[in-house]
Design a protein around this ligand. Structure first.
Ligand code: HEM
Length: 97
């Protein structure tokens, strides 16, 4: 917001909005989905809940495994932004996804 308000051309209204949308989708939905998926796993697996409560499984390990087992980001897309891009020697044309 400060960069946009500085009025020195660093960040336009459109760029600010694009960044806010990115942060909402990338930062908020991933986190809430991970919390929901983690809760669903624990409700489904009382043995894991007990292990977590007793400390046999650490919270960090559980979060890592929840990210792998029931990831909030199960697929994503990429778009080639340059000419002449090669992935493992396979040419990827510009704008290909
Ligand atoms: C459980 C939480 C999160 C998960 C599972 C997650 C997952 C991901 C994944 C898979 C990517 C794509 C990486 C790639 O293209 O190689 C990504 C990118 C990104 N994430 Fe997260 N993320 C999480 C939390 C957050 C939070 C809290 C923020 C910011 C507040 C954030 C901001 C971003 C941004 C800005 C990118 C794009 C980076 C780039 O393209 O340069 N993420 N995230």
């Amino acid at each position: 917001m400060a960069a946009r308000d500085a009025d020195d051309g660093r960040l336009s209204d459109e760029e600010l909005l694009a960044n806010l949308i990115l942060l909402l989708v990338a930062g908020f939905e991933t986190t809430t989905d991970l919390l929901g998926n983690g809760l669903a796993i624990l409700l489904d697996r009382p043995d894991l809940t007990a292990a977590l409560r007793s400390g046999r499984i650490t919270t960090a390990a559980f979060v890592e495994e929840a990210l792998r087992y029931e990831s909030p980001v199960q697929l994503t897309t990429r778009e080639a932004r340059i000419d002449g891009l090669l992935v493992e020697d396979v040419p990827v044309p510009p704008a290909a996804t």
